[in-house]
Design a protein around this ligand. Sequence first.
Ligand code: TYM
Length: 324
Amino acid sequence: MKRILTGIQPTGTLHLGNYFGAMRPAIALQEEGEAFYFIADYHALTSVQDPARLREYNLGVALDFLACGLDPARASFFLQSDVPQVTELAWILTTVTPMGLLERAHSYKDKLAHGLPASAGLFTYPVLMAADILLYDSDVVPVGKDQKQHLEITRDLAVKFNETFGETFKLPQPRIQETTATVPGLDGQKMSKSYGNTIEIFADEKTMRKKIMSLVTDSTPVEAPKDPEGSNIVALYRLVASPEDVATMEREYRAGGVGYGDFKKRLFGAVWEFFAPMRQRREEILAEKGYVDDILAHGARQARASANHVMQRVRKAVGLREQP
Ligand code: TYM
């Protein structure tokens, strides 16, 4: 059976980029195989250094992912740090990781450019991610486009390891959905917490409306025709509205006579409605005390069993003693 795996960092509340880039594809894939979905809290330590906040984000992301449709009966859902074997594998992988490979990583360079201090953890981040993926013999990894290079690094490390120590790891395939590979944020750049341009899925009505009304547009006057291609309003609307409603908006863009403010209001309405059932589900889950903790505990047990199995193989391959 195909093994599907993905992770999300608990560095804040989840946004439309997370949802359309990774969560929705992952939720669709849970029907097709054995799914392992986790909250990457070890990774989050490279940017969140406040224990209360980390705990809050962990719980929030778990709640949000479940509300969006992760089905704990089909997918094992767990906290990365509940399977500490992953750090052992990450260490072993660092010993076959060429420095140059990490020096070329976009996300590291990008984070430095955005002012994150350069810790060794940030630098070796892709190795921990490779360990996440290889530890579970993953076949398919649904992610947004920004993770493409990390998947390439994972495959490179698996090949390098296999060449050095004999066939041990499967080579995972990224699954990047063309239409949602990069969801734009309020300013048209990739939607990202570190750019401060996100629309949170479960923001309250007033906050979400305010955010969407603050979307950056050009200064084309109301009467003038506008180009729907390259408009971040239209790009976001395509994610949440029906094809007919999208066609209407595109037509009105081209015809002129409607201002960006009106289009933004329509976008807000569609986003709000799209997530209504998930908001409802979230309330239900919140009311069920202990539900999220139980799911994570159960998921962790399943993940640990699978991880132990692969780690025995790895320890044997490199010449470490197999654990009793
Ligand atoms: P993270 O937490 O930044 O994002 C989680 C997922 O959301 C996707 N995503 C987007 N997709 C499209 N458009 C956007 N604007 C957008 N913003 C975020 C990301 O591509 C990602 O799929 N390193 C990972 C977490 C991770 C992981 C793993 C993923 C750790 N180990 C193993 C897969 C497998 C990260 O920081 O994602």
